[in-house]
Design a protein. Structure first.
Ligand code: ATP
Ligand code: MG
Length: 755
């Protein structure tokens, strides 16, 4: 070893080196944000491989997101100076368990081509079970049952193992419905997300020979973000590491943010008990953030109780204080962030210029994203949304995927149900019931039931002819999907054509139809990265990170949860208002548990920032169509004052185009500015007042003003952004918009733009 250069060790501090080089036995790296835990973990893998201690397929490495897995793979490659081939077992818990479960599906009563259900399918199935049990779904909603069952699965409890203390769940019927749901999944040859781990834990427990095989196989185990593992994941790891005990976990108790999904921060605290003699390594130097940012984050998290407590220091230069700014409403907040981001690309407020790739907006709740997306689309600011399966959630994409699923496994009943009458084939409820009954009485999948119905002649007319086409189609597509010589991309296109699905949208005259056709094209394009349909379907089922478009710098928008482990030079943290962040549920709770988890989330947010961190809040927000006045978050009060600077927004309300204030109720305004929260903030920033509310300005302009729009005039339109007038016609203007293209708009709706 000593004779070989080891570039991956370069620059690591002694504690990190220890974590990298202690290969045998249990190691726990417990340290604060940005101290290089992930970096050390990555170097450790490089070390295992370079020294020949392990082959790539002998290393089991678990990351929290698919994105993190990809990055880790790239980084290992760079550290070793060559592409790592293999590393088949580097991925998320779910991705790894899918692979394992495909190998051992029969031990869980499944076939290896089982389908992974998404949340929608899961709910649909539960609704059916609830109805079958004669329970009123209105009083006992399926979503609630889904939550209960998920929590049981997170605790690795099969229906038979649910403790008596949980017997009252879901009106005393929870356990029974859980059992029925599991049977149903098995009959459908399907699993939900929670099953992936539950089945694997159950298989390992019931089949020591299988477990043994993997204990020998995975000689080294590494886990990032260990503080967020749930009990099922913990048991799974403990089973696998039980033999050789070569397990290295890294985490930070202050960043445990998945308690609501069953994560147990106790797992990290129990590590030394589970693995006696474990080396515990602490890292204290933070390499990510400037001192003000670090101090603000540390000050905030200090309000939590029961922490392990850590010292963090940095050698970085002082830099900017955490910036705080208040806005009139949510739309203005989005507007300000868009403008500020653009300004920062040129360098503003004495800061160096940044690219949009350097910037991220981290929101507490995904619904906050819409305001930013709308705003960025209007001004043409390139952005990407990370962490939400947005694209794949769209109706047309889900329909198309259902067709692909049927091509891969024709017995996928949920997929069949979804598309049997989409496009319309004259197969209404009654025809579908006939198919269902036929399938059930013969114990066969729906597609087979449909074939039997056709044979029996029970169905006539257009419906029968269309159904025959569909059933034959599925047969053909399945044959093609199995044929390695067939291009899966061409097959996908053919399926969408032959099924009439593309034609359905082509014939559709609603304004959304063209966009949907675009999305379908995009879907087929996405297939290019995969070898076959099954690989693609798997990827989509697992997808956590979804980046749109390619090329060019973009600002990232994501939830705080999705930002875990990431870092950006510039971070915006909008919506710091009581009820939003911390969220209402946490505030209503009697104990501190929820509130402390929210605070850890705030800590995660601030510690993502390397150089500039801007926290903002709005005085008013529209909640379910109602304007509501907001108070600044209590977390803002908890930030140590010495590290915070209150910003004004110079020129924000002056220059540029006047915009319609979206607030109708002036009375609320007075209330908000009289509120203690706002006053406290103003007192704090005596010399530098908060951004004052903009006066509502009307965009209605009179007839003389219209005449002022000569061709060539620069104008601004609320929806389409900036543009140049190319012609006039009565009260309408032809405008070439910078981003939205040529449009004819009513002159009343544009205003002169002073550029
Ligand atoms: P988090 O808790 O947020 O996941 P972390 O502890 O995993 O953080 P890393 O992401 O590994 O921290 O590292 C934070 C940053 O510090 C990265 O940019 C990394 O490259 C850098 N870094 C880590 N260790 C060193 C080091 N020894 N010298 C210089 N830079 C380092
Ligand atoms: Mg990390």
């Amino acid at each position: 070893m000593a004779a070989r250069p080891a570039p991956y060790l370069d620059g690591l501090n002694p504690a990190q080196r220890q974590a990298v080089e202690t290969l045998e036995g249990p190691v726990l790296m417990l340290a604060g944000a940005g101290t290089g835990k992930t970096r050390a973990l990555t170097a450790r893998i490089a070390h295992l491989l370079t020294t020949g201690t392990a082959r790539p397929n002998e290393v089991l490495a678990v990351t929290f997101t698919n994105k993190a897995a990809r990055e880790m793979k790239d980084r290992i490659g760079r550290l070793m100076g060559e592409a790592v081939e293999g590393m088949p077992w580097l991925g998320t818990f779910h991705a790894i368990c899918v692979k394992l479960l495909r190998r051992h599906a029969e031990l869980a009563g499944l076939q290896s081509n089982f389908t992974i259900l998404d949340a929608d399918d899961q709910i649909r199935l539960m609704k059916q079970e609830i109805a079958a049990a004669g329970i009123d779904e209105k009083r006992w909603p399926a979503r609630q049952l889904a939550g209960i069952i998920d929590q049981w699965k997170n605790r690795a409890l099969t229906p038979a193992q649910v403790p008596a203390s949980d017997a009252a769940a879901f009106n005393n019927r929870g356990v029974q419905l859980y059992a029925a749901y599991q049977d149903r999944l098995r009959n459908l040859n399907a699993v939900d997300f929670g099953d992936l781990l539950l089945h694997m834990v159950t298989i390992f427990q019931a089949h020591p020979d299988v477990l043994d095989q993997y204990r020998r196989w995975f000689r080294y185990i590494l886990v990032d973000e260990y503080q967020d593992t749930n009990i099922a994941q913990y048991l799974w790891l403990r089973l696998l590491a039980g033999g050789h005990r070569n397990i290295c976990c890294v985490g930070d108790d202050d960043q445990s943010i998945y308690g609501w999904r069953g994560a147990e921060v106790g797992n990290i605290l129990r590590f030394e008990k589970d693995f006696p003699g474990a080396q515990v390594i602490r890292l204290e130097q933070n390499y990510r953030s400037t001192p003000h940012i670090l101090a603000a984050a540390s000050g905030l998290i200090a309000a939590n109780t029961g922490r392990l407590g850590k010292t963090l220091w940095t050698e970085a230069e002082t830099g900017e204080k955490v910036r705080l700014i208040g806005h009139w409403d949510g739309e203005e907040e989005a507007r300000w962030i868009g403008d500020e981001a653009e300004a920062m690309t040129r360098g503003t407020r004495g800061l160096r210029p940044y690219t949009l790739d350097d910037m991220a907006i981290l929101v507490r709740a995904s619904h906050q994203m819409r305001a930013f997306e709308d705003r960025f689309l209007t001004i043409g600011l390139p952005y990407r949304v990370i962490g939400g399966p947005r694209f794949y959630e769209r109706m047309e994409i889900r329909d198309a995927m259902a067709y692909f699923r049927l091509a891969v496994s024709p017995a996928d009943d949920l997929a069949f149900e979804r598309i049997v009458n989409t496009p319309k084939r004259g197969l209404g409820d009654k025809a579908q019931q006939t198919i269902q009954q036929m399938a059930r009485s013969h114990g066969v999948p729906l597609v087979e039931g449909a074939r039997l119905v056709l044979e029996s002649g029970a169905l006539g007319g257009k419906g029968a002819a269309e159904l025959r086409k569909l059933v034959q189609g599925i047969g053909r597509w399945h044959g093609a999907a199995l044929d390695p010589r067939e291009s899966h991309i061409e097959l996908a296109e053919r399926i969408l054509d032959e099924s009439g699905y593309t034609a359905m949208w082509q014939a559709d005259k609603t304004p959304e139809a063209p966009g949907r056709l675009e999305n379908l094209k995009e879907l087929v394009k996405a297939l290019e990265e995969f070898e076959n349909l099954q690989g693609f379907l798997e990827h989509v089922a697992l997808i956590m990170d979804n980046e749109t478009g390619e090329g060019g710098a973009r600002i990232s928008v994501m939830t705080l949860h999705a930002a875990k482990g990431l870092e950006f030079p510039v971070v915006f943290l909008p919506g710091w208002e009581d009820g939003l962040f911390p969220n209402q549920r946490a505030m209503d709770e009697s104990g501190l548990k929820g509130l402390e988890e929210e605070r850890r989330l705030a800590y995660v947010g601030i510690t993502r920032a390397e150089e500039v961190c801007t926290i903002s809040f709005a005085a008013n927000r529209r909640v379910y169509g109602q304007w509501q006045s907001q108070l600044p978050s209590r977390f803002i009060d908890e930030l140590p004052e010495a590290h915070v600077e209150v910003l004004t927004a110079p020129g924000l309300y002056g220059g540029g185009a006047p915009q319609r204030s979206s607030l109708e109720d002036a009375a609320t305004r007075a209330d908000v500015y009289a509120s203690p929260g706002w006053k406290r903030l103003q007192a704090r920033s005596a010399q530098r007042p908060l951004a004052q509310p903009r006066e509502a300005r009307s965009i209605v302009i009179d007839a003389e003003a219209i005449a002022a729009f000569d061709p060539g005039a620069r104008v601004f339109h609320q929806k389409f952004g900036y543009g140049t007038v190319t012609g006039t016609e009565g009260d309408k203007l032809d405008i070439a918009f910078d981003k939205a293209g040529e449009k004819k708009v009513v002159a009343r709706f544009v205003v002169a733009a002073g550029q």
